[in-house]
Structures are given as C-alpha cells and as structure tokens.
Design a protein around this ligand. Structure first.
Ligand code: HEM
Length: 130
C-alpha cells in the first residue's frame, strides 16, 4: 500500500535539498527535478508545503509533463489534511459558483428574460396597430 503523508509532514520538505510538492492528492519528491524543471526551480520551491494542483493545472502542462510525475511519486497525501480552497461560494453577481444547477438557471434567465420582454413588446405593438 502507498505511504500516506499529512500536509504537516509534507510541509517539512520545502528546501532546495529536500523538496516535496502535492499535486492531485499525491506527494512528489521533486528535489532532483528542481534544476531540470523547464518552468524553473523557484516556482517549484514556492509550490511546496501546500497543495499546488491549481498552479500545475493552470499552466496547462503537456502530456510529457504529466508522464514525468510518476518518476517523482512517493505516496498519497492525507486528504483530510489538505486545506479546502477558499474560493467564495457566491459570485459577486449573486450566482452560486458551486452549483451547476444555478449556473444553468443563470443561462436560462439570460435567454428567457429578453425573450419575454420581446414578446410583450411585440404583443403591445400588434395590439396598438390593430
Ligand atoms: C513534478 C511536478 C512537475 C513537473 C514534472 C513539471 C514539468 C514541466 C514540464 C515538462 C514543463 C515544460 C512544458 C510542458 O511540457 O508542459 C514545465 C513547464 C512549466 N511548469 Fe512545470 N512541472 C511540475 C510542477 C510545476 C508546478 C507545481 C508549477 C507551478 C507552481 C509549474 C510551473 C511551470 C511553468 C510556469 C512552466 C513554464 C511554462 C512555459 O514557459 O510555457 N510546474 N513543467
């Protein structure tokens, strides 16, 4: 069975000589990779001690980069110790960013409201011209 590390354990490995990162709930020892990383060592060092999944994902790493991960895998991150992201649950415009359903509702409203207004205008116009 794969070894499991808490985030506190992972956070003890944040130096140039001993560098671990957490990506997709897995722990990678990237110490030997620091000098080889095409994105530079600094960015990797900055990504230590926390869950760097979003940063890794945002770059849009290639398939090759994904395949390289395996080489540095040392175990699983204890999921309950990974802090949840502090993305606000509500959009500034009041759209719930967590629920797909409310996103769908926002789309429906976006199309439905102008359609209703158009209908009313057309109805009024045809009434007055009759
Ligand atoms: C073990 C983990 C990682 C591996 C194996 C890896 C591998 C690579 C590879 C192969 C590239 C070249 C471009 C590509 O093929 O996609 C790259 C570029 C890059 N990586 Fe990583 N990476 C890792 C982690 C990270 C993390 C955690 C970050 C950000 C916090 C990061 C940021 C970048 C950036 C900024 C570039 C340069 C992109 C560009 O110049 O277009 N990488 N990485």
């Amino acid at each position: 069975m794969a070894k499991e590390f808490t985030m506190a354990e992972v956070a003890e490995h944040t130096s140039r000589n001993d560098c671990w990162v957490v990506l997709f709930g897995k722990v990678y020892n990237v110490t030997t990779f620091l000098d080889e990383h095409p994105g530079g060592d600094e960015i990797l060092l900055n990504a230590t001690g926390k869950d760097a999944t979003d940063e890794f994902d945002d770059i849009g790493h290639s398939h090759d980069a994904w395949a390289m991960l395996e080489k540095y895998y040392i175990g699983e991150a204890n999921k309950s110790t990974i802090p949840t992201k502090t993305i606000p649950s509500t959009h500034p415009l009041g759209v719930d960013t967590k629920g797909k359903k409310s996103k769908y509702m926002a789309y429906v409203i976006q199309f439905l409201v102008p359609l209703i207004i158009l209908n009313v205008v057309v109805a009024l116009f045809s009434k007055s011209s009759a």
